[in-house]
Design a protein around this ligand. Structure first.
Ligand SMILES: [Zn+2]
Length: 160
């Protein structure tokens, strides 16, 4: 894919290893296929848990490490939740939230707009800025994969 950098410009394994440890998913960092896309403007990351693929917005490579880590953890937790629970768990359900908390993150699906660079904020649709003041939805299985769309019809992953 032309717009997707296959090589990661820095090693993300040091971020993933401690999360994989607390999730009891040793070697998770080696099972993930992580790529970056310049075309992602509506979400910061996406994930296909069954394929263990994670795609991140390319600008995140220059983002503050805390934001990069949260997005990466958000996506990696989807894969870990799938490995632990299979298709039975909801995308942002209790299992996923527990994994995020165990890794030290608030299990949120959106990030505050002020955390994003101005150039990215501009692309955020006015509708979401006005209604919630939050940035676009952080990733999600809900955006990829037929099995996940199948799940969404039965349960709204955004519902708390
Ligand atoms: Zn998600």
């Amino acid at each position: 894919m032309r717009d997707t950098a296959r090589c990661i410009p820095f090693d993300v394994a040091p971020l993933l290893v401690p999360w994989a440890a607390v999730w009891q998913r040793p070697g998770l960092e080696e099972r993930l296929h992580i790529s970056f896309s310049t075309r992602m403007t509506r979400s910061l990351g996406r994930c296909h848990p069954e394929r263990r693929t994670i795609r991140l917005a390319s600008w995140l490579r220059e983002a503050p490490v805390a934001l990069f880590a949260e997005v990466l953890c958000h996506e990696a937790a989807h894969v870990a939740a799938f490995e632990l629970h299979g298709r039975s768990c909801r995308p942002h359900g209790a299992e996923w939230k527990a994994l995020m908390r165990a890794a030290g993150f608030e299990p949120r699906v959106r990030v505050p707009a002020e955390l994003l660079p101005e150039s990215v904020r501009i692309r955020t649709p006015a509708r979401s800025r006005r209604s919630t003041g939050l940035a676009r939805v952080l990733t999600g299985m809900e955006r990829l994969g037929s099995s996940v769309r199948w799940m969404r019809r039965r349960s709204d992953p955004e519902r708390k």
